[in-house]
Design a protein around this ligand. Structure first.
Ligand code: ASP
Length: 353
């Protein structure tokens, strides 16, 4: 916890953390495949960063990773790097692979709560060293967003966000939508926090506002004992039981159809009801990228609610998964986690009125 107000110095002090990812990768001389390289290579390729006039410091994962190798343990390390230097910097920019960036942004939004400073993630589809690439612009824009202040001198962004292509998205509302498009991310249930065209236009009404009387708090622990179950026409009782019967698992995100619907066959509801009685938390999150769960709209959704499945409303499954890791990590009971899931911690879900 810290008393820092988030009021920035004239020349913003920004910590850049390179975790790995395409933005800093180079081609392996033998295989031609892209492999993570180090931060100095990345910075050398963007000399105009110096013209921004920011006081930058760098740290990097050793070794840098392809983000497919990201894990809850590495989130703890990354969040710790930010929390431990929180008072020494005005903002944090994280360079990260796009593949799991939405998971990391979601996890960080629960681990670093009531931020008074920006934590901006970015990366790229093509490495910065290539002749044609998107990394240089993404990096510079992320730094400018991190440095942006309002008329009173406070950071404009006071949350975990993803800056990519022409948009700034709330981190825990984001999803990777393309493996090729320079606009790799979307947030289907929440508007962009900023548009980056000729100017960087912040949409202030959508930015997370600091809550009165709260202080930045670092929640380090994550409990990885959660999983995802994806429904499809043809799923069998054996398949469903095999996943739910994992003795170590404490909770599951259940990826349902449409407005949160699932089969109403007796065996299906019975298996889920038993799992809930055994103390597993099951959260209903739709497979649709946009929209959310409306349990009462169809009998098929209502049956899930009667089985004790908790509504995920309009949360992304990346956020639902990491939120459960965070909540179980704090030592909450299954009942407490189930009650907490539909309530917003860092703007990840639209609470039902
Ligand atoms: N595989 C890479 C990663 O996520 C892809 C990227 O950076 O865009 O690390």
């Amino acid at each position: 916890m810290t008393k820092d107000t988030g009021q920035a110095n004239l020349s913003p002090r920004i910590l850049v953390i390179y975790t790995g990812g395409t933005i800093g990768m180079i081609e392996d001389a033998h295989t031609g495949a892209l492999v993570p390289f180090d931060l100095s290579h990345l910075m050398e390729n963007v000399p105009k960063i110096g013209r921004l006039g920011y006081a930058l410091e760098h740290e990097q994962f050793d070794p840098p990773i392809d983000s497919s190798n990201m894990s809850p343990a590495l989130w703890q390390k990354l969040a710790g790097m930010i929390a431990h230097s929180y008072d020494s910097f005005d903002a944090f920019v994280i360079l990260h692979g796009t593949d799991t960036m939405a998971y990391t942004a979601s996890a960080l939004s629960f681990m670093l709560q009531d931020l008074t400073k920006p934590v901006v993630l970015t990366g790229s589809q093509l490495p910065i060293g290539e002749i044609r690439e998107d990394g240089t612009e993404n990096l510079i824009t992320a730094l400018q967003i991190a440095a942006a202040r309002d008329e009173t001198g406070f950071s404009v962004v006071r949350e975990v966000a993803i800056s990519f292509g022409r948009h700034l998205w709330r981190g825990n509302r984001s999803t990777k939508v393309s493996s090729t498009n320079f606009g790799a991310f979307r947030s289907f249930n929440y508007p962009p926090l900023a548009n980056m065209d000729l100017h960087i236009d912040f949409h202030k009404k959508y930015l997370l506002q600091s809550k009165e009387g709260t202080l930045f708090t670092f929640f380090e622990k994550m409990d990885a004992a959660v999983g995802v179950i994806w429904l499809f026409p043809g799923i069998t009782e054996k398949m469903l039981r095999a996943q739910l019967n994992d003795v170590d698992a404490k909770g599951f995100v259940l990826r349902t159809f449409g407005a949160g619907n699932a089969p109403t066959e007796a065996w299906f509801i019975k298996v889920l009801t038993e799992a809930v009685h055994e103390g597993k938390v099951i959260v209903n999150v739709t497979q649709c990228p946009a929209g959310g769960v409306e349990e009462k709209r169809y009998a098929t959704g209502d049956a899930l609610a009667s089985a004790g499945v908790v509504t995920g409303l309009d949360i992304t499954y990346e956020a639902a998964l990491t939120k459960m890791m965070h909540l179980f990590g704090q030592g909450l009971t299954a009942d407490e986690v189930a009650k907490a899931m539909p309530c917003s911690i860092s703007g990840e879900v639209t609470e039902s009125s």
